[in-house]
Design a protein around this ligand. Structure first.
Ligand SMILES: [Zn+2]
Length: 59
């Protein structure tokens, strides 16, 4: 069974604050499901990686 890992939605943490709770144990903000994040500002090469993956599948 896949764990529902969530991440704090507030930007008060130096690093992503992962938790299983629906509210951040540190700052009390609502957390979001970490899995389907459409855009990660820290993952600048995400699009490039996805493009490579797609090319591999096509080739
Ligand atoms: Zn927090």
């Amino acid at each position: 069974m896949k764990a529902d890992i969530r991440v704090c939605g507030a930007s008060v943490h130096e690093r992503p604050r992962y938790t299983l709770a629906e509210t951040c144990p540190d700052c009390g903000a609502e957390t979001e499901n970490s899995a389907p994040a459409p855009y990660n500002p820290e993952d600048r090469y995400g699009e490039y990686r996805r493009r490579v993956k797609r090319r591999e599948r096509d080739g």
